[in-house]
Design a protein around this ligand. Structure first.
Ligand code: BGP
Length: 471
């Protein structure tokens, strides 16, 4: 809807930026840190020197000084579970605890609100070896104990917490669950069992946060791509509805409403993937709610019907980053109306506006955009700065979409661009950069790891300074 007036961003809007530990810290084997599934995966195949990443572990003071200069109101980062508990449970590693104390103190001194992700892909390898990780119910207590330790240790200064980053991705990425086999069907089954355990763990952690952190607020950070039916064919419309339920809403339905939605449940049951619930599971989910919905938004997808035929049967699927098609349900097809990044992620700010409205209407909880950004190949010029006008345009458009959603009543806590500085990309090493700050290194040549502000740094600085009046 086009409207006559556009509201301003609220005065307390958290203008933020985000990273994750394994992607920026480096020091992968330093100061007693244990091995995580990401350490194991980054080695095989090794596409860049990830052990050093952006070396934030040793540059954090300089990085926080840059955040302060940019004017950030909030910084979302994750704690590496295995820096705190090298085996995932058991002995605490004091050196790891100290590092995050120093980082948090530095942020607080710079007037930057810390937003802490408890678990961002880095599941402890120790727990995989002890009992199979998220596939065992034992994982629930270990996660809650770890989170409770963080609440007690940092909760005096950290009031915003994120339980699990992109649980909906972890479910479909066997290596993140420590699975080795390549039987798609079995992996998906294991993924949805892990999903159930993660939801119970999250519910118990919402409760622990409310008990242990005075004024603490906690929520998940799911990945939520906008989806559209490709055409007005009714079959495409139904495929879109199904895809929204089984790919986008299911984690939030469990986190917020405490229920397996009808379509999702039938989908799991038909495939023999419905986890066995224990008595009290649904009550636990229903009783414990998050305070906000965090979500990562990068792109949208177009959905087409994909009928069963002689050639394909239920259970046939193609998985890229997420299941891209599944026989009898849907297919993702190219959207000819949108431009895409070099990696084919379709750029769609209107899609973000749509997601905000859908989430607000369904759950009525304030939103926090925990990630949103533009990945690109960038080379530092001999002189001057990186002129990342494409990134500025991307961020500008997406913030305008937030403003439009606000205008029709959606409530927001804040917005974090991804990422503050260049960091190791989830799948593309250092050749895909998202930062407002350039980090001088290549895949394997670590150069001097110096930091240089890009044009987008100055643009974000100006945007924050005028509380988004330039949007
Ligand atoms: C999200 C993850 C981040 C980050 C981002 C960009 O899914 O939460 O950790 O990696 O995507 O992804 P990529 O680096 O693959 O472009």
């Amino acid at each position: 809807m086009e409207t006559k007036t556009i509201n301003s961003f609220p005065k307390n809007f958290l203008w933020g930026s985000a990273t994750a530990a394994f992607q920026c810290e480096g020091a992968a084997y330093e100061d007693g840190k244990g091995l995580s599934v990401m350490d194991v995966r980054e080695q095989n195949p090794k596409i860049c020197n990830y052990e050093v990443a952006s070396d934030h572990y040793h540059h954090f003071k300089e990085d926080v000084a840059l955040m302060k200069e940019c004017g950030l109101k909030a910084y979302r980062f994750s704690i590496a579970w295995t820096r705190i508990f090298p085996q995932g449970n058991g002995n605490v590693n004091q050196l790891g605890v100290d590092f995050y104390n120093r980082l948090i103190d530095e942020l607080v001194a710079a007037n930057i609100t810390p937003i802490v992700t408890i678990y961002h892909f880095e599941y402890p390898q120790g727990l995989i070896e002890q009992y199979g990780g998220w596939l065992s119910r034992k994982s629930i207590d270990d996660y809650v104990n770890y989170a409770s330790f963080l609440f007690k240790t940092y909760g005096d200064r950290v009031k915003y917490w994120i339980t699990i980053n992109e649980q909906d991705h972890v479910v479909h990425m066997p290596f993140r669950l420590g699975l080795k086999g390549d039987d798609l069907y079995e992996n998906e089954k294991a993924g949805f069992l892990a999903n159930h355990h993660m939801c119970i763990a999250a519910a118990k952690t919402f409760k622990a946060c409310h008990e242990l952190v005075e004024g603490g607020k906690i929520g998940p950070a799911v990945c939520f791509d906008m989806m559209y039916p490709t055409s007005n064919r009714p079959a495409d419309m139904m495929a879109w509805l199904d895809a929204m339920e089984i790919r986008n809403y299911y984690v939030l339905d469990l986190n917020v409403k405490g229920e397996y939605g009808g379509v999702f449940k039938r989908y799991l049951e038909d495939r023999g993937w419905m986890p066995k619930l224990q008595e009290g599971d649904l009550a636990c989910l229903k009783e414990n709610k998050p305070d906000f919905i965090g979500f990562n938004y990068y792109a949208s997808k177009s959905i087409s019907a994909y009928p069963l035929s002689d050639k394909n049967k239920i259970g046939d699927m193609v998985i890229k980053l997420l299941p891209a098609e599944e026989a009898g349900i849907y297919k993702v097809v190219k959207n000819e109306n949108l431009n895409a990044t070099l990696w084919g992620w379709e750029i769609d700010d209107i899609g973000l506006e749509g997601v905000c409205r859908l989430l607000w209407e369904r759950y009525r909880l304030p939103l926090m955009i925990t990630e949103n950004g533009f990945g690109n190949k960038e080379v530092m010029p001999e002189e001057g700065m990186i002129q990342d006008d494409d990134r500025i345009d991307y961020l500008h458009r997406h913030l305008l979409a937030v403003k439009r959603a606000m205008n029709v009543g959606v409530e927001f806590i804040g917005y974090c661009n991804w990422s503050f500085m260049d960091i190791v990309s989830g799948h593309s090493g250092f050749s895909k950069r998202y930062g407002l700050v350039y980090v001088n290194r290549d895949e394997f040549d670590l150069k001097d790891l110096s930091r240089s502000k890009k044009k987008s740094f100055y643009w974000y600085q100006e945007t924050i300074a005028c509380n988004g009046e330039n949007i």
